[in-house]
Design a protein around this ligand. Structure first.
Ligand code: 5GP
Length: 170
């Protein structure tokens, strides 16, 4: 296991993004949506630094592969409690890898008529993209590595690690 990012570095990025979102949504009350489970630590850090009225909600999804490389289905395991019609929704994800999860989630949320959707991800692996998906805000861009800690799991464990590590590097 190799240390990739110290806790403090990630918190610093959460703070930067929170400031940008505060400026962008001034005068509005966005819903800051945490994609369970991995985004929880980043989401909780980020909302602390959003200097405005916000509402918080949670969604739990799982994506499955379809017949071809670029398709799949997303299943909502736990839905948002609020009605998002006419609302600004900021979706916070742990990591964007193939891009499937968020590109499948996006149309499902769009059907509900939000005023806007903004995608934030703690980490981004653009080199692994299978479908075209570009997040609006990225904490850190990383290479094709499997990472754990700060919410990211290894078979449901390791989410509680304070820092982010590369697992099993050759
Ligand atoms: P995508 O749909 O973009 O391929 O993948 C999104 C999900 O795959 C993430 O929300 C995360 O749960 C999982 N994932 C992708 N890469 C990694 C990684 O490097 N480490 C861990 N722990 N999970 C990952």
């Amino acid at each position: 296991m190799r240390l990739l990012f110290k806790h403090e570095e990630i918190v610093e990025r959460a703070k930067d993004i929170a400031k940008q979102l505060t400026n962008r949504f001034k005068g509005k009350t966005p819903i800051v949506l945490c994609v369970l489970k991995g985004a929880c630590p980043f989401h909780s850090e980020m909302i602390k630094y959003m200097d405005m009225d916000i509402e918080v909600d949670y969604i739990h999804v799982s994506s499955y592969m379809g017949g071809t490389e670029s398709t799949g289905i997303v299943k909502i395991k736990k839905d948002i409690e609020q009605d998002i019609q006419g609302r600004d929704v900021i979706i916070v994800e742990d990591i964007v890898d193939t891009g499937r999860t968020l590109s499948l989630l996006k149309p499902l949320l769009m059907e509900r008529g939000p005023s806007s959707l903004t995608f934030v991800t703690m980490l981004d692996k653009p080199s692994k993209r299978v479908v075209d998906f570009v997040p609006d805000y990225v904490g850190k861009t990383i290479d094709d590595l499997f990472v754990i800690g700060f919410g990211l799991d290894l078979d449901e464990k390791c989410r509680n690690l304070k820092d982010i590590y590369v697992y099993n590097e050759d």
